[in-house]
Design a protein around this ligand. Sequence first.
Ligand code: BGC
Length: 536
Amino acid sequence: MDRELNGAMRSVSINSAQQNGHSRDETDRVGVANGGNVSASCAAAAAAQATKATNATSATGTATATNATTNSPSAQQIALASAAEKKKMVHELCQQLLLSDEQVQELCYRILHELRRGLAKDTHPKANVKCFVTYVQDLPNGNERGKFLALDLGGTNFRVLLIHLQENNDFQMESRIYAIPQHIMIGSGTQLFDHIAECLSNFMAEHNVYAERLPLGFTFSFPLRQLGLTKGLLETWTKGFNCAGVVNEDVVQLLKDAIARRGDVQIDVCAILNDTTGTLMSCAWKNHNCKIGLIVGTGANACYMERVEEAELFTAEDPRKKHVLINTEWGAFGDNGALDFVRTEFDRDIDVHSINPGKQTFEKMISGMYMGELVRLVLVKMTQAGILFNGQDSEVLNTRGLFFTKYVSEIEADEPGNFTNCRLVLEELGLTNATDGDCANVRYICECVSKRAAHLVSAGIATLINKMDEPHVTVGVDGSVYRFHPKFHNLMVEKIATLIKPGITFDLMLSEDGSGRGAALVAAVACREDILYAKK
Ligand code: BGC
């Protein structure tokens, strides 16, 4: 065993040396053709996992005897299997969802490599992880004051907020959630921005600021090629949005145009920002060590404070400012095959049936938009093989998108051995004949999917912490998965601790409404700068 492990470590380090030596003009496709990049141990482990998975689940409904060549149990054998044997089959199939320490380490090397490609001028055009410059260079200093409007588009809901920043890190906030109907999410850009402007106007009327001209921060949580603090071109839609005519357009201008078309309200757009930026700013208002912002919600992404000289696409205007915030857009990590060595049949299924196949590979293995569906796909496979629920499925179980990610959190919130939430969820799915053994297996599947997500995020965060190389970093975190999953925080803390350089310490801080208050803070810091410059 030890020898195997040593061998694995050796191959990982050889591989990392190769990775570090990658020239900048390498092709942007890795994976099949570049199979040599995958450490031998990872490849062997993946192959072993694939074989195990096939063995555990290749039973068909018609076979009656063990298949001599594959050793797969027949349907009849599965039907007669004891609870302990079924548990073993479930665990074997789930092997492919577990990441070994070597695989996580390998992921760190690959993420670092992709970050560097995004930051460097000559590789940026082809890079998957774009590392967009946000133009935010100043963290809040606690002196920001005033009344601000904020728009928050990009999570499950669209929100309008009115935030009053006050003395002593105090603030008042009023907000309202507006639905974005499905037909608008995939309709035209004009429809989307008209809808946003209408909600803004209604909100201003309801909150007695209709006639005021207030500064506004726009949290727009999609990959944005920023050209300044108030100018950003949409690179691509993610998370179920696909509005025509917005890609490559300046989103701030589209908002201004929609407001002008109405002609009733007036606003000053002071900043456009990503939700990760808002999250970081919101935490940094109280904690100046906060230098990373992370979202694990409907989507997944992180931003971090980078040294100006590393951000080759940023033209610094003020030589006194040594850092700039980078929006990594790491959800697209793996779009070139860099994650193929850990992807499973379930990940490929999610991708093929998504609105954006081939894109946001990392995000699809992590975020709330996909986590429930990943679990559902595993459940369907095991049920069809007769391992779960005595082979009895249900219409809801077989329908895409109906196993909600919140179910994963609910199921894992049950005390070990207690299946109260699990049974409630299964009832909602129309599965009423579950045994305790089935419930334990369902829970295990949820644990494998969520643990993998937490470990993938940890690889990303540890890579950023190591790259920043500061003695202590606070990571500001938000998003429904992180907030509501009972173990996500602990899983991350444990994993990151094993991956960062000795001597560095870190903590994870839950952000208080980053997308709302963070937007006000970015706008406030921008105003603070404007006032400073005006005074000069
Ligand atoms: C978007 C990011 C965003 C993340 C979290 C991703 O799909 O591309 O811009 O930060 O979701 O909301």
